[in-house]
Ligand binder design. Structure first.
Ligand SMILES: *[C@@H]1O[C@H](CO)[C@@H](O)[C@H](O)[C@H]1NC(C)=O
Ligand SMILES: *[C@@H]1O[C@H](CO)[C@@H](O)[C@H](O)[C@H]1NC(C)=O
Ligand SMILES: *[C@@H]1O[C@H](CO)[C@@H](O)[C@H](O)[C@H]1NC(C)=O
Ligand SMILES: *[C@@H]1O[C@H](CO)[C@@H](O)[C@H](O)[C@H]1NC(C)=O
Ligand SMILES: *[C@@H]1O[C@H](CO)[C@@H](O)[C@H](O)[C@H]1NC(C)=O
Ligand SMILES: *[C@@H]1O[C@H](CO)[C@@H](O)[C@H](O)[C@H]1NC(C)=O
Length: 795
């Protein structure tokens, strides 16, 4: 059975050497790791630490890093390429003459272990988290310990430097952040901010000022390896202990320790039990500064949480950021970019009185100490409140004692503060009612206002013109969007009763086809006039599946000329059916493998149309849809031989998730991407693979696997690549003279197909790129072999 054979082929690849585990932590010269999401890292002898690629969240990029391997959250303690994460398919190799070399798929080289080394004979991931490169005498040439990022580990020491540690940008973004830890020549430890993207250091927001006794001493920041305390060492065994570490070493419990300069500016010594039962996490033992929220000079402007925000100290001494009413988060995905006001105050004369327009909220214990523009004294709290209400510049007023501080936007360095004036109050202005304009309009307004305020009269005139034009365009695009929205509503799916469909199909009499989900029948329904439909009876959906309607709605919202349109559904008792428009010319399979052949022009046109449909499903519709079963049987042709993709969206409906076993692999063998057989997440790239196989079939008008054709031609994906390599591509289209005389396009389509069937999903192009390449808009580069030895990590 041909498809079975193919399955076997994949399995062979699956069990090939990729899973060679490291046991002694020693890495030989020429060993390499490839950035894929299932690559085996290089482990330390006891497996405490791992060195390798880690995929960044919500990204196709990889971080070359060292992490705790045995704990569930696999905390990263060192990274090499935070500012330039590596694209998938990148490779790091241990070389004899240059140490660790990172090469991206385009061939760009980064030397990780600079300066350039000679005579490296091995590398080693150690159980203390240090990665070392050694020469023939086992002397260390380079070690990750000497290139600390944001973390110091027990047994590590760091010399005087600015900085000795540098924070990352966000918890999951390893670009350089704005906080740094310095060890100064006089032995002081300092926390400073830098003004990104530059590296100028501001005044420290923390300085321990312990030892300025002698500038002649050489100081080091060190972390005791057995008792886990952190200290600064000077000459003559001087020790200035920073954190106490493990006080009871005989307790029998064993912990991992680390100290990290967090991305929010707090330097914390943490510990984590080595043996984990389930939900243990890192608990703080010590941290500086004591309260980051009240460090005035944390940053020149906004404070640790960003503008218009309030910083409150969490129990772990790290900041918790909040937006007070009437402010909302500027970027819902980023907690540290501040808040923006929900309304813009107008200073228009002759508008309604302020008390009709605004309310004042009274809050205690918060303050923005650096945003004053006016101070009034002596004022009682009511006077202060009234004064702010009637002042169109005033956003907030803080009152305490007999003083009233009026504050303007943007508010900076906001914090919860109950220390100073015991009965202090904050009055925050807010628009009455909830008639605030939508967030988008305000963003535009803010930009407009600030542009007007900051430019000359002439420029303002020019701008006015541009802005009017802009408004017209925006307005028009809104109209179109609204129209689309309406038509979406109009097209609301029709809900059919079982009886209606029974009648429409004449008792489910005329069968159109059978798929993996059930049988398709021909029918006729009255939608204005009577029109033919295809009714799909789903027999694999479990009873009471709440997701049915949701998913059907997602399918119903798609609208593209290369997709088969869903007209309605039936969800009644055990009956689950989908009603589609009827495609008169049947499936592409009939034309590719049957007697009646399509011309070369028709076939290339159809290939492009399928690519368009898939591009829409992947990138353009509101909910991304992975088809999971792209094959000629699921491409239907309408009256005019336009390709229309069918059965999209069903994968999710039928719970086609990858966690299932091999027997339940979705899709159809021969078309399914290799990652289905491996423990890899299924992405849109799985569809790209299937499309690649389909494209080959379209080019050659034959099945992917056909055992009746000679041995070396039986599997089209292999044969096609052979022909490509040998330059015998005409053989693929046999005596199709149209195709042969269209060499350029033939070559282009073939190359695109080979790109699509790359075993490594990261090498496959997106459908957008595929489309651009097929249409000849983007040049196609020479594809690599679809199944290289990329799975071998080390030899
Ligand atoms: C590493 O690869 C280079 C180039 O292929 C080769 O010359 C060298 O002998 C290899 N070294 C080891 C230790 O395998
Ligand atoms: C990290 O943040 C920087 C700056 O905002 C951004 O350019 C970069 O794309 C981010 N990296 C990732 C992996 O999200
Ligand atoms: C670490 O601390 C222990 C206990 O205080 C001490 O015996 C040991 O010498 C210290 N090790 C180093 C390298 O300072
Ligand atoms: C240390 O822990 C052990 C075991 O839990 C306990 O028996 C001992 O009393 C503790 N010692 C101190 C000084 O707390
Ligand atoms: C998780 O932690 C909580 C509190 O520390 C504890 O009560 C709970 O049993 C833990 N759950 C597991 C699965 O360990
Ligand atoms: C401030 O608030 C904290 C925590 O809510 C409380 O422990 C402290 O006593 C308060 N200080 C004053 C002066 O009210």
């Amino acid at each position: 059975m041909p498809s079975f054979l193919l399955h076997l082929l994949f399995l062979t690849i699956l069990v090939s050497p990729s899973a060679v585990a490291q046991t002694d932590g020693t890495i030989d010269v020429n060993a390499s790791l490839t950035a894929t999401d299932n690559a085996t890292p290089w482990l330390s002898p006891l497996g405490h630490f791992a060195f390798g690629f880690r995929q960044l969240e919500k990204s196709d990029l990889f971080l070359l890093s060292i992490w705790y391997h045995k704990i569930p959250d696999k905390t990263i303690v060192w990274y090499a390429n935070g500012d330039n994460p590596a694209p998938g398919g990148s490779k790091v190799q241990l070389t004899a003459d240059r140490g660790l070399v990172l090469t991206d798929p385009q061939g760009k080289v980064t030397l990780i272990s600079n300066p350039i080394l000679a005579s490296v004979v091995y590398g080693k991931m150690m159980d203390n988290g240090n990665f070392v490169l050694a020469n023939p005498n086992s002397e260390t040439l380079w070690e990750s310990y000497n290139h600390a990022t944001d973390t110091i580990l027990p047994s590590q020491t760091l010399g005087v430097g600015r900085p000795v540690l540098s924070s990352r940008l966000r918890e999951n973004n390893f670009s350089r952040g704005r906080f740094q830890l310095n060890l100064v020549e006089n032995g002081n430890l300092e926390l400073v901010t830098v003004n990104l993207p530059g590296s100028h250091q501001n005044e420290p927001y923390f300085s321990d000022g312990m030892k300025s006794d002698s500038n002649s001493a050489t100081y080091q920041l060190a972390f005791n390896r057995s008792a886990y305390y952190m200290y600064i060492s000077g000459n003559n065994n001087q020790k200035f202990v920073l954190s106490q570490g493990e006080l009871n070493l005989s307790s029998g419990l064993d912990f991992y320790h680390r100290a990290t300069l967090n991305f929010d500016g707090v330097f914390t010594h943490y510990r984590h039990p080595k043996t984990t039962m389930g939900n243990e996490s890192w608990s703080p033992l010590w941290s500086i500064p004591e309260n980051i929220c009240v460090q005035r000079s944390v940053s020149a402007g906004s404070g640790v949480c960003g503008y218009n925000r309030i910083c409150r100290l969490g129990i772990d001494r790290r900041p918790v950021c909040e937006c007070p009413r009437p402010f909302s988060l500027r970027d819902p995905d980023d907690d540290y970019r501040g808040c923006i006001p929900d309304f813009i105050q107008s200073c228009d004369e002759g508008q309604e009185p302020a008390e009709n327009l605004y309310d004042i909220d009274t809050v205690t214990d918060i303050n923005w100490p650096t945003s004053d523009y006016d101070m009034l004294q002596p004022y009682d709290d009511d006077q202060c409140k009234e004064s702010c209400l009637h002042d169109c510049m005033c956003a907030v007023a803080i009152w305490g004692g007999d003083m009233c501080w009026k504050k303007k936007l943007p508010l900076s360095n906001g914090r919860v503060d109950n220390s100073s004036s015991s009965n202090g109050k904050a009055f925050i202005k807010r628009k009455k009612g909830n008639s605030s304009p939508s967030r988008k309009n305000q963003d535009t307004l803010i930009i407009l206002v600030s542009v007007f305020l900051s430019s000359s009269v002439f420029i303002n005139f020019v701008l006015l013109g541009v802005i009017c034009l802009g408004f017209m365009l925006v307005y028009n695009s809104k109209l179109t969007r609204n129209r689309k929205g309406e038509s979406g509503l109009e097209r609301n799916l029709r809900c059919f009763t079982y009886k209606e469909l029974l009648h429409a199909t004449n008792g489910f009499k005329e069968e159109l086809g059978r798929g993996s989900f059930g049988i398709v029948y021909k029918g006729v329904v009255e939608v204005g006039s009577s029109s033919p439909v295809a009714v799909k009876k789903l027999d694999r959906i479990q009873d009471g599946d709440n997701e049915f309607k949701t998913e059907v709605n997602v399918i119903g919202q798609t609208h593209h000329k290369n997709l088969v349109r869903l007209l309605g559904f039936c969800d009644e008792g055990i009956h689950r059916m989908l009603v589609y428009e009827f495609m008169s010319n049947g499936s592409l399979a009939g034309f590719l493998f049957g007697e009646l052949k399509l011309s070369w022009d028709q076939r290339t046109q159809i290939a492009i149309e399928i690519a368009r449909g898939l591009f829409y499903l992947h990138d353009e519709c509101s909910n991304q849809i992975i088809h999971c079963d792209v094959k000629p049987q699921n491409i239907l042709l309408d009256d005019y031989y336009n390709a229309r993709i069918s059965d999209f969206g069903l994968a999710k409906l039928l719970r086609m998730d990858q966690s299932e076993t091999h027997t339940a692999i979705r899709g159809t063998k021969g078309y399914v991407a290799p990652e289905w057989f491996r423990n890899m997440p299924i992405t849109v790239k799985a569809d790209v693979y299937s499309f690649g196989v389909l494209l080959l079939e379209i080019i050659c008008s034959r099945r992917n696997v056909d055992m009746e054709i000679g041995d070396d031609k039986a599997i089209l994906t292999y044969w096609a690549y052979d022909c490509y390599l040998e330059g015998t591509i005409d053989a693929l289209v046999e005596d199709d003279m149209d195709a042969i005389s269209d060499q350029k396009k033939l070559q282009r389509f073939l190359m695109v197909a080979i790109w699509c069937i790359q075993e490594d999903p990261y090498l496959r192009p997106t459908m957008k790129k595929v489309l651009l390449m097929l249409e000849g808009i983007v040049e196609v580069t020479a594809p690599p072999s679809p199944s290289p030895f990329s799975t071998i990590r080390r030899n």
